[in-house]
Ligand binder design. Structure first.
Ligand SMILES: Nc1ncnc2c1ncn2[C@@H]1O[C@H](COP(=O)(O)OP(=O)(O)O)[C@@H](O)[C@H]1O
Ligand SMILES: [Mg+2]
Length: 267
């Protein structure tokens, strides 16, 4: 088992008026596991706490209660620092997750410099290899983020995420800002990488269609809690919880609508 999330709680304080502060309970006892070489989908509506959960898993925030283990090591223990290398993250907003003043070569070399002691030449070779892995060529090395399309820049972010050979990647709405045709290309790239290198994904999204395309298992997330877990994607249509049913119904209706639009465009 790669990741174990055990009864995790997280709250934020929100100001109400000048002095009074109230607690906003965002995560309310979340438990689940991630296995090797699997893609686990976490689906839920906006504000349900998915990104908060993602931040706890990558270790940039700590839970109020509960534990998170990566390879059986508690990430918030003294030994936890050493396993941070095992997890990477790709966010929705690719432009703000890179430094606009950095060239692509410097963006991808950042994590390599932290975790590996390579010569300049070897670092460059490694980056060229990573670029090719994500479907880009070495001509991108000296370009700046604003010279790339959204899809290309998200490929750079994926290259940076796999640079340190993590065991898994948290993909937080990683395709949500892209056009639908580009979304499919990025999903295909993620699938290809999963086959080539031994890696798992936590695929956080509000889009059930993308889940069916890439995930092996799905967790339905609602109001800081897991309301349903589907262990085989084929069983998705048999969900029992009302909230999951509604999501499924909305997604089906949307697909039908998209298909109608598509037909109209063709004819
Ligand atoms: N750093 C923070 N401080 C205060 N409230 C926060 C913070 N981060 C998230 N929240 C609140 O927690 C709730 C869940 O947010 P989030 O985890 O981003 O949900 P999701 O990713 O599912 O849309 C929201 O109500 C949001 O406003
Ligand atoms: Mg979010």
């Amino acid at each position: 088992m790669l990741l174990q999330v055990e009864n995790v709680y997280k709250s934020y304080s929100k100001s109400c008026g000048i002095i009074k502060k109230e607690k906003l309970q965002v995560l309310k006892g979340v438990s689940f596991k991630l296995h090797r070489s699997e893609c686990l989908g976490i689906i839920g509506e906006s504000g349900s706490g998915k990104s908060t959960l993602g931040r706890l898993i990558i270790g940039v925030e700590k839970p109020d209660n509960g534990n998170i283990f990566i390879n059986n090591t508690n990430i918030n223990s003294s030994r936890g620092k050493s396993i941070k290398k095992d997890v990477s993250v790709v966010f929705q907003d690719y432009f703000s997750s890179v430094n606009p003043r950095f060239k692509i070569i410097d963006i991808i070399s950042e994590p390599i410099r932290v975790y590996e002691k390579l010569s300049k030449k070897d670092t460059t070779l490694k980056i060229i290899n990573l670029l090719e892995r994500v479907g880009l060529s070495k001509k991108f090395l000296s370009r700046y983020p604003h010279e790339l399309s959204g899809g290309q820049l998200q490929r750079v972010c994926i290259a940076r995420a796999i640079a340190t050979k993590p065991k898994f990647i948290v993909l937080d709405e990683a395709i949500s800002s892209l056009d639908v045709s580009i979304q499919v290309q990025i999903l295909d790239l993620l699938k290809e990488l999963k086959n080539d290198i031994d890696i798992s994904y936590i695929f956080i999204t509000h889009d059930l269609t993308a889940v069916t395309y890439i995930c092996d298992r799905v967790i339905f997330f609602h109001d800081g809690n897991i309301v349903e877990q589907v262990d085989n994607i084929e069983d998705l249509k048999n969900v029992k919880n009302d909230y999951s049913k509604n999501l499924l119904q909305a997604a089906t209706q949307m697909n039908v609508r998209e298909a109608i639009y598509e037909n109209q465009r063709v004819s």
